[in-house]
Design a protein. Structure first.
Length: 164
């Protein structure tokens, strides 16, 4: 249920898909190990994202950058050559693509009627459960589910309309 959201958080934090996959898996392993310590009075999603965030921060702290010289000399020679080093982060075209997709998504959500927009933002950007949204907006749970369903259908129709 939370895999995509945890992966997205990890990817945004560590900026490497392989590391994000590992951190996502480790998040769920740690969550299962600590399940007996979970307080049901608190939001499960918030507890899970706390685990994921801490793992990501620890990973970033542990990741050491070993500096290397970008030029090397051959033994017994004065000749130098350069070493090509690949940037482990996103490539410029990937950054631009992600930024464009985020802007497009934000524009589509902003174009929703307010009663649909608020439930989408609370659900997908604030990671609240349906029950938490119902409580926050003082709405019946069925109404929240229906609005999220209709908002997604509107977004899908608009996306399909743009690609046609």
């Amino acid at each position: 249920m939370y895999q995509a959201q945890v992966y997205s958080l990890a990817l945004r934090m560590v900026r490497r898909a392989e590391d994000a996959e590992d951190l996502t898996q480790e998040t769920f392993v740690r969550m299962f190990r600590a399940l007996s310590r979970y307080d049901p009075e608190r939001s499960f999603a918030a507890w899970l994202f706390t685990i994921a965030s801490r793992l990501c921060i620890d990973h970033i702290r542990r990741r050491k950058v070993n500096p290397i010289s970008l030029t090397q000399r051959e033994r017994d020679s004065d000749e130098e050559y350069q070493i090509e080093v690949e940037d482990p982060g996103l490539k410029p075209d990937e950054v631009a693509t992600h930024a464009e997709e985020e802007r497009r998504t934000a524009d589509l959500i902003a174009g929703l009627p307010p009663h649909y927009r608020i439930v989408v933002v609370l659900r997908h950007q604030q990671d609240l459960s349906y029950e938490e949204i119902a409580e926050a907006l003082n709405l019946p749970l069925g109404t929240v589910k229906a609005r999220i369903h209709r908002a997604r259908a509107l977004l899908k129709a608009r996306i399909e309309g743009e690609t046609s």
